[in-house]
Design a protein around this ligand. Structure first.
Ligand code: 6R9
Length: 653
């Protein structure tokens, strides 16, 4: 990668061309930011007007972070419908405009352009199918679909009738799906015959059936016919969605929802226990998703906007579906992967659909950078105006490559920091306002008050490094953990009382710019996918030959972090390459391919304190190949285990 080293951007001033085009310049950012934190009721009261309300709100902000009485309500006496805001209200002006461009996995399969009128018909029909199956306001609907237009129809159909969707990423295993169906007691599942990614089929319907062997309460499985592959079928429970929609009416009145009624649940990993059902509600979430989509991506009417995330993650929720459609945008959904049929695929899609705004993850950028510039140079990319990054810290080398090679120095890069819990982007440049520094997510969005605290929770001023917290509420934030408000309060508000704790470490430089350094808890970020080390550990110990396991992250060139597993076997069992493979397959099966271990080290023992706590600090160091500096090991019950761990380390550089 030496050819990239010659680029060196320290601080990039906002060029005139960006400023002229943008909604927000520096002056406006500073004035509005101040207003947003000083007079939040006034600021957000005005912003709320970007939506169509059935009954306008009179109260704007009613929130407290006070432990343990945390309570978040925005626009609480207003009513509205999310689907009406994302679809119906655009029909007059944009009925014939494309809402969704769908680009399939195989470049030889024709793309689809779905207009707002067609989107309306599909959403209404699907909403009527749900109703006919008995789905009522407040019911949970689990969606397990590939990257085709149907998940967008399904999300909006749920929103239209007041049902709460819970999307499960199509790469998750039957077990992971079963757990998520169980947790929210969902009686309805929408899936497809098969998914398609990089030419490979994913047996979604078969996975669903496996998951449902454990969930007797599911009444209906709606199945999208996508690849046409044969699937197992249960009469009386399974329904082909195309057939049901063909027979359904294309009109369905939107349900009047309170601003604080639930919109969706999305499961995400934490440092302990099972994934949490993050709950987002209706009014504040949509205001925030729409506003951030407009200003961060500087979205103007007619722009073609492409976010490469999967709808199974929060980025897909807020920035493929809800934010863009609330703004009447043209949003592209891509079924495939960056390197199929080859590493030019992203840029070919950009050229094919004249994409103006492109939003992806650092892991994809690093992988494509590694594939070589010839895969970029054979495309034009002239349509691109703005580039975005999300999911993990972007290393300066990848930033520079993205900026110079992909954007040809024409496109600002917005490095957007946020979380499933935050609902939308919190720290980010605004393209017409913010000087860029490669690797920094820069400054807070309107209404967001970040702070850096030390281990005791003292707020640090000026240049500082510590843990990132947010001091006050914003409209897009999660409201609770589904079914477990106590867990919500404990997880996010107990470490630093009265403050929302992000789980991320952070540094602030002399210009007040924020540099996110990564998770400080036992959450790892593998190719932008977030997972708890505890989840991988419990998958491993579920294997009959495993007695104990400890999992840590370690730096990985492409994935950001790799998964390093220390495994202690049951007595009498012998470690071998065959067993490593078996364990790898086992974890893929238990959680999904994204959790596949990169390194497995068999260990006779794990470093524990006398009270039996595993000292992960030591395991992280060894996984990083930094064994020369293990720190204090004197509190270990048996310091001898460390010698063996170092001798048999897997990641030697
Ligand atoms: C949107 C999303 C959240 C975690 C977050 C942080 C990391 C996300 C980042 C970033 C540095 C960025 N993260 N964006 N770190 N710079 N621009 O990714 O949500 O899947 O919940 O992950 O991802 O560690 O805490 P989610």
């Amino acid at each position: 990668m030496s050819e990239h080293k010659t680029y060196k951007v320290e601080t990039l001033k906002v060029p005139k061309a960006w400023k002229e085009n943008a909604f927000i310049d520096k002056d406006k950012y500073e004035k509005l930011y101040e207003k947003s934190v000083e007079k939040p009721d006034k600021f957000w009261g005005k912003e709320g007007e970007r939506l169509d309300w059935i009954k306008p709100y009179t109260r704007v902000k009613n929130t407290t972070f006070e432990f343990p009485n945390v309570s978040i309500k925005w626009f609480e006496d207003g009513t509205l419908n999310v689907a009406a805001n994302c679809v119906d209200r655009h029909l007059k002006k944009r009925g014939k405009q494309t809402a969704i461009i769908w680009e399939p996995d195989d470049p030889k399969t024709p793309a689809k352009h779905i207009t707002y009128r067609e989107l309306y018909d599909n959403v209404c029909r699907l909403a009527n199918v749900l109703k006919a199956q008995g789905v009522k306001k407040g019911d949970r609907v689990t969606i397990y679909l590939p990257m085709i237009p149907e998940p967008a129809y399904a999300m909006l159909a749920c929103a239209r009738i007041g049902a709460v969707h819970s999307i499960v990423f199509g790469g998750f295993s039957p077990d992971a799906l079963a757990g998520r169906i169980e947790d929210c007691k969902s009686e309805f599942v929408i899936t497809a015959d098969e998914g398609l990614r990089g030419g490979r089929k994913i047996p979604l319907k078969a996975n669903t059936d496996t998951a449902l062997q454990k969930n007797g309460h599911v009444k209906t499985v709606l199945v999208v016919r996508h690849t046409g592959g044969t699937v197992p079928w249960t009469d009386g429970r399974d329904v082909w969605l195309d057939e049901a929609m063909a027979g359904a009416e294309a009109e369905c009145p939107p349900e009047e929802m309170n601003a604080e009624d639930p919109l969706f649940i999305l499961y995400t990993s934490g440092s302990t226990g099972k994934p949490k059902g993050v709950l987002h509600t209706t009014g504040g979430y949509l205001v925030y998703a729409a506003m951030t989509h407009q200003y961060v991506f500087d979205y103007h009417d007619g722009d073609v906007y492409w976010c490469t995330a999967d709808v199974g993650w929060v980025t897909g929720h807020s920035y493929i579906v809800y934010g863009p459609l609330a703004n009447g945008a043209i949003t592209l959904m891509f079924e495939g992967v960056p390197n199929y049929p080859d590493a030019s695929r992203f840029w070919q899609v950009v050229d094919k659909h004249k994409v103006n705004i492109f939003y992806t993850a650092p892991t994809a950028i690093r992988a494509l950078m590694g594939a070589g510039n010839e895969h970029v140079k054979n495309t034009s990319r002239k349509s691109l105006r703005l580039l975005g990054s999300v999911g993990e810290p972007i290393n300066p080398e990848a930033w520079e490559w993205y900026y110079h090679v992909i954007g040809e120095k024409r496109c600002p890069i917005v490095d957007t920091w946020w979380q499933t819990e935050t609902g939308g982007i919190l720290i980010t440049p605004l393209p017409g306002a913010t000087k860029l520094k490669p690797g920094s997510a820069t400054l807070p969005f309107f209404g967001v008050q970040p702070a850096i605290v030390d281990a005791d929770g003292n707020i640090l001023e000026g240049e500082a490094a510590g843990n990132l917290v947010i001091l006050d509420a914003w409209p897009g934030m999660m409201r609770t953990v589904y079914g477990d408000h106590q867990r919500f309060v404990e997880t996010y508000f107990s470490a630093y009382k009265g403050k929302y704790f992000t789980g991320d470490g952070c540094r602030r430089d002399a210009d007040g710019y924020y540099w996110i350094t990564g998770r400080v808890d036992d959450v790892i970020n593998v190719s932008g996918h977030r997972m708890g080390t505890a989840e991988v550990e419990s998958a491993l110990v579920a294997h009959p030959k495993v007695s104990e396991a400890a999992v840590v992250g370690y730096p990985h060139d492409i994935k950001g972090q790799g998964i390093y597993c220390y495994v202690t076997l049951m007595s009498g069992e012998e470690g071998s390459d065959a067993l490593k493979k078996e364990l790898r397959d086992w974890v893929r099966n238990e959680i999904g391919p994204i959790a596949s271990p990169d390194q497995i080290q068999f260990a006779p023992g794990l470093p524990k304190t006398r009270s039996g706590k595993i000292m992960r600090r030591i395991l992280r160091k060894i996984a990083e190949d930094e064994f020369g500096n293990l720190g204090d090991t004197s509190t270990l019950a048996d310091p001898g285990v460390v010698t063996d761990l170092v001798e048999n380390r897997q990641n030697r550089r």
